[in-house]
Structures are given as C-alpha cells and as structure tokens.
Design a protein around this ligand. Structure first.
Ligand code: ADP
Length: 608
C-alpha cells in the first residue's frame, strides 16, 4: 500500500471542485448506502433535473463551516484499496486565496480545475503560483466540463499545451493534465467511452499511484521548542513536537540560536520515559547541562538550519489593507513569534506573466518579494528542504489577523544590507508605516461655534478608520506646554506659534494633528500655516454666527463677557477676524453634529 496522499483542489466557484470530489467518492463506493439514497432524493428537488448532484455530498462540509466547526479549510479523509487520502476542501468565496494558501501549505499535490469551455483563466495561474509558493511539487490540471465541449480532443490539446507552457516557469516535479467531466464521471475513476483518444489514467487511479516521496531529511533532527518545563528545581525539560528526524538518549545536540552543545539525558514521550523519539512525536527532552534555550529556540542534530535577522522573502499578501515598506508585524516561524519590519518591497510578481514589477505597495492576493528585518535572531531552513522551518506568517499587530504567508528565500547579512542602512527614517517613511497622510486640521471659530465638538467627532471617525491622530486643545496646551503664557498679545502669538510647532512635529511623526482654538487673528493663523507647511495645514472654519454661539453659551462665557467679567472676549470685546482663505467652511446652524462631521469628512478626502 502506498503512503497517504494529502492534496488540495483549486478552482473558481463554478469550476466544479465539489462535484469532482463528490463524484470521486461516490464512484469509488466510498459512500454509505443511506447517504447515497439521501443524495439521490435530495437531488431530485435540486437543480440537476433528476440526476445526482455530486456537489451536495460536500455540502455537509459547508454546513460544518457555517456552524463554525471548521474555520478555514475542511479536511476530508477517504481510503481506497490502494491508498488513503486527505483532501483539503476550501470554500470558494472571495476569501478563497487565503484559505487556499492554508490548504496548500499542508498538501503534497494540487488538483487545479479548469473549465474546458473557458480554458486557462487568470485564477488558474494565480492558484498555480500560490501552489508553487507553498512548496507543492506535484500538479494535476483537471480540464473539467469536457461534456460541454463535446469531448473535443483539439480543445483539450490546446489547453494542455498552454498549461504546460506556463507551468514551465515553476520547477514542479510532475504535471498531469487530464480531461474530465465531474458531472458525467468521465476519467474520474474510470476511463471514458466519450474520450477514447485520451490514453492516460483516470484521475483517481493517477492519485493512487503517484509517488510524492519527499526529500528525506530523516537524519536531520529538528525540535522547535514550544515550552520549557520546570516542575521543580531539579528538572528542566524542553518540550515540542519533533519536526524531522530521530533523537536518542546520549545523542549530542546543538541548541540554536545560542549554538551550545549538550547531550540528551532523558526523553519523555508524553509521560513515558523512552530511549528514542522521532518525527511527529511530542516530547520532553532533558539535557546533561544548562543551556540557553527558551520558546522559539531549536534543538537539533545534523541540521542545515540557519540563523538570521534580515532576509529576503517571497510573500502572498492576504490583507484587505495594502502592504507598504516600513510596516511592523509579528512574524511567526516555527514556534517563534517576533516583531518584524517589512523593510522594502523589491518587486511584485505579475500572476499572469510571472514578470517582476517594481512597486512600492502590494494589495490583497498579490505575491511580492521583499526584505524583512526581525528584532532578534530567528532560526530557519530552506523551504524546499523543510516546510515547517522555511515558511512563516505575518500577523497584524492590531487586528491579529494573518496578513501574509511567505517563505524565506535567503538571508541578508547586516553588512550586505545596503538598502536598509541607506534608508533614513523620514517623515514619509513614518507616514507610510501608519498608512496615512499626516495633516494638521486646524479648527477655528468663535467660542461655542462647535470647534471642540466637531474636532472630537472627526477624531473619532479617523480613529475608527485606523488612523493615528492626536488632538490639541486648550486644556492640554494651556495646562502644560503653555502654562507660562497669559492672554496678552505677545503671549497669544507665542501660544499659537508653539501649538503650530507641535503640530509640525506631530505631522513629521506621521500623525494627524487636530486643534481647536479660537485663533481669532488672520495673522496668527497664517503664521501657523507657514510653520506647519502650506500643503499640510487644513484650516476648518466653524462659521456659526455670533448670535447662535451666544444663544448656546455652553460655558456661560458670553454672559460673563457681556457683563464685563471677561475682558478681550473674541466676538464681544475683541475682534474675531473671519478667515480669508479657509480650506473648509462649516456652519452648524440647523445641522446636527453628524451632518457637519459627514460634510467635513467628505471635504477632507480632497486633502488626505
Ligand atoms: P467651541 O469648541 O467652538 O467653543 P463647543 O464645541 O465647545 O464649541 O460647543 C458647541 C456647542 O454647540 C455644543 O454644546 C454642541 O452640542 C452644540 N452644537 C449644536 N449643533 C452643533 C453642530 N452642528 N456642530 C457642533 N456643535 C453643535
């Protein structure tokens, strides 16, 4: 009996993935009798005019998924006389690429479905590229729906030719192109009268026979450490699941990244003491001396593992947001989680042509090559050599979603890494890191016009969009930075000057600064604009008329000003100069805060 074959099916929603697998299971008599009956009954009311709809077979999996039992990928196990199989079934909706990548990371072989009536689609190429990226070496291209093209040999031959042409780029070990009809059953488990011109094996027979033997790394012992167990002061055990190879009591091992050597004193498989342990087993290992090992380190023997802090990697980007250079992530490789920065994007790989396109960002489902720097040494292997230690994921620090999966191509020694060393951290790189356009939103208007209310609302909305904001208002400025300033003209000018300088620094840090000060004099506001910088200063005039502000008199200040208790009150006893060139004007009379904020947000789009 052959070993187990782990495979994945890839295709767009209508290419017939479920029908193909369903038919294979059905024909191979892998169904229980009552399930078969139920399927036939179900299908009568289904869409396929009385014929069996094989795709319903897998709908059990869909239901599972909807109940949240299987999140990304459903694994279906089945066995024939010759071989046992695990197939990763991935849902066909728009999150498909992400799930496909998860499925592909476990598989030895991929079946890519094509629609014979459509030929190679951009999806076909994308899926093939992702399979190659995830280290799949054996590919089957099932040209489905041959019944729709009247089992035409020429159509198949043309598709086969272009499949072979574009697959040339990848170093797949085997490629099989087979014409099938998933609904009719041609070349699924048996040969077909309809395509006597095809001399190859039916799909299932091919899957039963193909040898996907991996490079043997059994003489390389690798144990990524998950936990250090210290039940008492005499015992210190290193725990993890053996990723490859065998270990015996008495073996001399090396610890990485510290590079120390020690001898294996005891091995426990669960709580049983054993003499040896091998790949796949979860073990606790005790060494004969103290070593510097913690979670994320690796204990190994004869391994080709490497240590690096800067490396070039190929990424499949899976996040809705785009990836730009300078962004921070958590990188997870083996059992290690570590802060990482994507330093620079070298190029994007066009899914269609494979061409390397220089770029400064990538969007969802794109593949790119970039340089990554991590905050401490990581241990890795060549992905082709050891999938477990060569692949990694990038996790978003805020959402904790997986943003990308990738493979390490090669290490960059710090000294060689000219790009990083030459790259100064500029205002631009800080802004890029936050994925935003830093501006100063300068709210001006009479007391009670609604500056603070609107500034607060706008900040909430920007914050909700994931923007990094900072508001400056009378309280945090007058009580801190400007506590030594009064209200005389000189102080007033100095007050605005300092606030403007702070805004400029905030913008330099990549932050969106929001201020709400009456700032009644045009000259002061112009000065602020000059300090912050013309293009970065957005003057928002809250043009609520004095009569309305006085009516609102939120803080009772107008009353006091009218009675002379407050001298030099803008609008009453000292002037408020109406802005001459405001960037945004909003009158709040008769409008709700939401309406005004909607308007400002809309206007801001012109600037940010
Ligand atoms: P300022 O900061 O300009 O002195 P505030 O925001 O403190 O003014 O006060 C404005 C007052 O006006 C608040 O009580 C607010 O609820 C009220 N208001 C009524 N309608 C609006 C609106 N459309 N926009 C902003 N504030 C409004």
């Amino acid at each position: 009996m052959q070993s187990m074959l782990k495979f994945i099916t890839c295709g767009s929603v209508d290419d017939g993935k479920s029908t193909l697998i369903g038919h294979m299971l059905y024909d191979a008599k892998l169904l229980f009798a009552d399930q078969e009956k139920a399927l036939a009954l179900d299908s009568k009311v289904g869409s396929n005019s009385g014929k069996i709809d094989y795709s319903l077979l897998l709908d059990g999996l869909m239901a599972e998924r909807e109940q949240g039992i299987t999140i990304d990928v459903a694994y279906r196990y089945f066995t024939t006389d010759k071989r046992s199989f695990i197939v990763a079934d991935t849902p066909g909706h728009e999150e498909y690429t992400r799930n496909m990548a998860v499925g592909a990371s476990f598989a030895d072989l991929a079946i890519i479905l094509l629609d014979a009536s459509k030929g190679i689609m951009i999806q076909t190429k994308r899926h093939t590229r992702i399979c190659a990226l995830m280290g799949i070496k054996h590919m089957v291209f099932a040209v489905n729906k041959m019944d729709l093209v009247k089992y035409d040999q020429k159509t198949f031959k043309e598709i086969e030719k272009s499949v072979r042409e574009f697959s040339d780029e990848f170093s797949f070990e085997s490629i099989y192109v087979v014409p099938v009809s998933a609904t009719e059953g041609d070349f699924i488990t048996t040969k077909s009268e309809n395509m006597t011109w095809f001399t190859g094996e039916p799909l299932l027979t091919y899957l039963e026979n193909i040898s996907v033997g991996q490079v043997s790394i059994e003489d390389e012992f690798v144990l990524p450490i998950q936990r250090v167990s210290r039940p008492n002061h005499t015992f210190r055990g290193f725990q993890g699941q053996i990723s490859s190879g065998v270990v015996h009591v008495g073996d001399e091992i090396t610890t990485l990244p510290s590079g120390e050597t020690a001898k294996v004193k005891e091995i426990y498989n669960t709580d049983c003491k054993v003499e040896q342990a091998w790949k796949g087993q979860a073990v606790t290992i005790q060494l004969d001396k103290e070593v510097d090992v913690s979670r994320g380190c690796v204990i190994c023997k004869n391994s080709k593992l490497k240590v690096s802090t800067v490396f070039t990697a190929k990424l499949l980007w899976m996040d809705d947001g785009k990836l730009v250079a300078g962004k921070n992530y958590i990188l997870q490789i083996g059992t290690k989680k570590i802060p990482a920065v994507v330093m620079n994007l070298k190029y994007r790989i066009d899914v269609n042509s494979g061409v390397h396109v220089p770029t400064d960002h990538i969007t969802k489902n794109e593949i790119a090559v970039c340089d990554i720097s991590v905050s401490d040494k990581i241990i890795y292997d060549n992905f082709q050599h050891n999938k477990d230690m060569g692949g990694f994921i990038l996790v978003d620090r805020v959402t904790h979603m997986t943003s990308a999966c990738g493979v390490i191509e090669h290490s960059l020694r710090r000294g060689d890494n000219v790009i990083w060393q030459n790259m100064d951290i500029t205002r631009d790189s800080r802004a890029k890191q936050k994925d935003q356009v830093p501006k100063t939103l300068w709210f001006t208007g009479l007391s009670g016009s609604g500056k603070s209310t609107l500034a607060n609302e706008i900040e909430k909305r920007l914050f909700g969009q994931g923007k990094h904001t900072m508001s400056l208002d009378g309280d945090n400025i007058r009580m801190g930075l400007n506590r030594n300033l009064g209200f005389k003209e000189q102080d007033r000018i100095e007050n605005i000057r300092r606030i403007s300088e702070v805004c400029k620094l905030m913008n330099d840090a990549g932050i969106i600064a929001i201020t709400s000060f009456i700032s009644p004099y045009e000259a002061d506001r112009e000065n602020a604009r000059k300090i912050v910088g013309e293009g970065d200063f957005i003057e928002i005039y809250v043009a609520t008329p004095l009569s309305e502000c006085e009516k609102r008199d939120v803080k009772g200040l107008y009353k006091k000003a009218r009675s002379g208790e407050i001298p030099n009150f803008s609008g009453i006893s000292s002037p408020y100069e109406i802005p001459e060139h405001p960037d945004i004007v909003v009158d709040t009379v008769g409008k709700t805060v939401e309406e005004c904020a909607d308007y400002i947000m809309e206007e801001l789009k012109k600037f940010m």
